[in-house]
Structures are given as C-alpha cells and as structure tokens.
Design a protein around this ligand. Structure first.
Ligand code: B12
Ligand code: SF4
Ligand code: SF4
Length: 395
C-alpha cells in the first residue's frame, strides 16, 4: 500500500485504494510529494511552547496566539483522524547572484507568489477527496493556518526536519513548499522519516547571523528571513553587516545543505522561475523605485510582503554593504523622506560608504532630525566617519 508518494518513485498500481487515489489526485494537482500521518500527540507542539516561551518568534504575535490549537489539529477539525501533507517543489535550477551590487532575493520569491496557486491546488485536492470519499470533511492550509506543517511532514514520512529546521528529503533536498489537509477519514500512513543530518553542521556553520542557536532550533529574531520579511521595525545593528546583499529572505542554510545537490527542477515549478530582473536586481535601481513602481514590479510576488517601507529599509542596508559610492547621493536624498525607518537605515548605510557628501548630509540631518531613533542612527554614522570611517570598497 502506498504510504508516501513522490513523482520520483511513482509506479502505476494494479489495484487502487483510497490512499492511492488521493495520492494520484495530488500528483495531478501538481504536487511533487504527498504523505499521510495519523492524528496523535506531536512532540513539536511541546517544543513550540518552549520556543514561544523563549520569545524566539520575535514580533510574530500571530504564532504565539493559541499554541494549543496550532499543536493539535483536533482543535480545528474535531473529528480529525489524518493530516495529509503535500509538497510542491519550487526549485527551478537558476543560481543566486554573487554580485554585491545586486540584491539577493531568496529563491522562493523570484517568481510568482505561491500561496494563491498552491492554496487553489490544495482546495481542488480537498474537493476531489470529497468525491473519492463521500462524506469526508476537514480543513486545508498552506503556510498561514494553525498547523505545524513541517512536524506533520516528518511524522508522515515525507521528509525529516533538518538542523536548519526545514524539511529535507534525501532524494531531492528541501526546495519545496508544504500544504496540509486535516481530514476526518483514515488513510494509509507513512513511517515517520528518519533524520539523515548525521554529523553534518554545514547549515549551522554558514548562517551569517548565528540564527540556528542549537541543532534544530532557530531563533527567528536572528534569522535574515525574519529580519527582512516579517520584522516591521529597525534591523538591529549587529545583523546589518552580516545581511550583506540579502534584501528579501535568505537561503544560505539550504544552499549549503548536501542534500540539495540532488535537487531537480520541479514539475510544476515554472511560476517560480525568476521574473526578469529578480535574479540580479540592481540595488541602486531598486532603491529608486517609487511606491507605484514597487507595486507594479512586485505585483503577485512574495516580495510585496515586506511592504514598500520594509523593502526600502532592506535595500538601504544592502547598499551600505555594497561599497558602491554611487549610492551616496540617493541615500543622502532619503535622509529627508517621510519614513523614519528608511531615514535611519540610510544614515547607517552612509556611515559605511562615507565621503564628503555623506558627511555634509549627515551633519545637516543632525540639526533638523526630530525622531530620537533616527537622530541616534545619524550621530552613530557621523561618529564612525569623523573617526576616519570605513573606506569605500569600490567606486
Ligand atoms: C513562522 C515561520 C517562519 C519563521 C520562523 C521559522 C521557523 N523555523 O520556525 C521565519 C520567518 C524565520 C521563516 C523563515 C523561512 N521559512 Co518559514 N514558516 C513559518 C511557518 C509559518 C510556521 C513555522 C513554525 O511553526 N515555527 C515554530 C517553530 C517552533 O517550529 P519549527 O521551526 O518547526 O522548530 C521546531 C522544530 O525544529 C523542532 N525540532 C524538530 N526536531 C527536533 C529535534 C531536537 C533535538 C530539537 C531540540 C528540536 C527539534 O523544535 C523546534 C523548536 O525549537 C511555516 C508554515 C507552517 N504553518 O508550518 C513556514 C515554513 C516553515 N517556512 C518555509 C520556508 C520556505 C521558509 C524560508 C526558507 C523562506 C526564505 N527563503 O527566507 C525561511 C527558512 C528559515 C529557516 N532556516 O527555517 C516553508 C518550509 C518548507 C520546508 N521545506 O520545510 C514553510 C513550511 C512554509 C510552507 N508552507 O511551505 N519561516
Ligand atoms: S535563513 Fe539565513 S539567517 Fe535564517 S537560519 Fe538560514 S542561513 Fe541563517
Ligand atoms: S546542512 Fe547538514 S545539518 Fe543542515 S540540514 Fe542539511 S544535512 Fe542537516
């Protein structure tokens, strides 16, 4: 009986059980892998509470809301028996940019927003399960629901949670999205996946901000993905230099994972291929987009989630790290814009890039700046420059 399926190991079956029919429907809806887990107590639910108690979720208050519900699908579907987990590969084979003057957008966000299309596919699968098993009921989620998708994927045998905390498959790595359907029917269940991390610590060692504070434990407050996407406030100073040119999310821990050497482009990954300009976008150009241009450029793209202000904050930090003195003029101009967040991070970036024009603009700003946080950022930048500063890397 098929208890876990993937495109890689699919073989036609002579007889067709409900599980096989459901898995076949999942493949037809564009999912690369699927597996089912029986409802039961989840070790990860206990860890979730510990993680929240340690404040590791930062400002993601929605994660802390109702952890009992998040850890127990029976609280969302009272007669729940099964969690069906589906995975959609987003690997397209393109490489990330190494150019420090280009912004680095994480792989999952190069192309189209995945929630809409994946949620529609999960919804179609859910409807088809209703046809295959009349009377079956439940709820389905992609990312935003109160379901611990990774933990159920592991219990269902779809893949194990790696030390970087993403789900990995030994056959083809971790570049996939997850979705979950909580059902009140039974299916054939997979065996919980075995951990194949072994003695490897590559993801922990490479993390630029030390966010994997112990194997399998991520402190979101230190993670560049959180800092550049979910965080609405300032990026703490100690993380700004390590962020480098990452302007939306981060893939470093997955890029180094040996299992991702086996990644092959997904059968339905075409919408996630880089939109023109998203693979090596010029930081200078991005910083000069106005709100309408930002909306147009990132229409139906995950990047919208950072919001215009957060996006400009990220680009300002990356410009500071780029060593590109052509950024001095636009950053000086940004010292007068409405957003305190952008003014403060622009001041920080100018403190790195330096030069007479930057010093003059920062001194003028110090005289007029009313916001206490921005004022402190401007003084700190000036102090660095007046001490001799950090010399620009390139012109
Ligand atoms: C909140 C969230 C984030 C947060 C926090 C990440 C995190 N690791 O929790 C932030 C914003 C940082 C984030 C970043 C990313 N995310 Co995210 N995120 C989520 C979300 C919405 C909830 C995850 C959650 O419940 N976290 C809470 C903690 C408690 O859970 P946890 O990570 O599972 O951690 C526990 C386990 O690792 C567990 N554990 C397991 N085994 C063991 C063993 C031992 C010994 C121990 C001690 C602990 C342990 O203990 C940990 C608690 O300490 C899920 C979607 C969902 N509904 O599940 C997507 C999700 C996890 N994200 C996803 C993705 C793609 C990303 C990014 C790659 C995006 C990017 N490129 O920037 C990064 C990856 C960063 C990383 N290294 O994890 C995918 C992952 C797909 C996959 N293959 O696993 C998901 C499933 C979304 C989706 N539907 O596809 N994300
Ligand atoms: S996504 Fe980046 S910052 Fe976050 S844990 Fe992985 S390597 Fe570290
Ligand atoms: S890089 Fe190594 S330790 Fe990290 S998830 Fe991959 S195999 Fe596991």
């Amino acid at each position: 009986m098929a208890a876990e399926c993937s495109r890689l190991d699919f073989r036609p079956m002579a007889t067709s059980t409900l599980t096989e029919q459901v898995f076949a429907a999942a493949r037809e809806e564009g999912f690369d892998h699927c597996a089912a887990a029986p409802i039961g107590s989840l070790a990860a639910a206990v860890r979730l509470r510990e993680w929240l108690a340690g404040q590791m979720h930062g400002s993601m208050a929605w994660l802390a809301r109702d952890p009992e519900r998040r850890g127990d699908p029976a609280q969302v579907v009272p007669a729940a028996r099964t969690v069906l987990v589906v995975a959609r590969n987003y690997f397209t084979g393109h490489a990330a940019t190494e150019d420090p003057r280009a912004g680095r957008i994480s792989r999952y966000a190069w192309g189209d927003e995945y929630h809409d299309s994946t949620q529609k596919a999960v919804r179609r699968l859910y409807d088809r399960i209703g046809d295959l098993a009349p009377g079956a009921a439940g709820r389905y989620y992609v990312d935003t629901g109160p379901v611990m998708e990774k933990a159920w994927a592991e219990v269902a045998g779809l893949g194990w949670i790696g030390k970087h905390t993403n789900v990995v498959r030994s056959g083809d790595g971790s570049w996939f999205f997850l979705g979950a359907i909580v059902l009140d029917i039974e299916l054939a269940y997979g065996e919980p996946a075995r951990d194949h991390c072994g003695t490897c610590t590559a993801c922990i060692d490479v993390c630029p901000t030390g966010a994997i504070v112990a194997p399998y434990v991520l402190d979101a407050r230190r993670c560049i993905s959180y800092l550049t996407i979910e965080n609405r406030g300032p990026i703490p100073i100690e993380f700004r230099a390590p962020i480098g040119n990452r302007i939306f999310g981060c893939d470093d821990c997955q890029d180094v994972c040996p299992w991702n050497r086996f990644a092959v482009p997904g059968a339905s990954a075409a919408p996630f291929a880089p939109r023109p300009g998203n693979q090596t976008p010029s930081l200078l150009e991005l910083f000069q987009l106005d709100l309408d241009e930002f909306r147009l450029r990132f229409r139906r793209s995950p990047v919208k989630r950072a919001k215009f202000e957060g996006f400009r904050r990220n680009v300002a930090v990356a410009l500071g790290n780029s060593g590109d003195v052509r950024a001095v003029r636009p950053l000086c101009e940004a010292l007068t814009e409405d957003s305190a967040l952008v003014r403060g991070h622009s001041a920080w970036a100018l403190g790195l890039l330096g030069g007479d024009e930057a010093i003059r603009a920062l001194r003028a700003t110090l005289q007029r700046e009313q916001d206490a946080w921005v004022h402190a950022e401007v003084s700190a930048a000036l102090e660095i420059l007046e001490r001799g500063g950090l010399s620009p890397v390139a012109s």
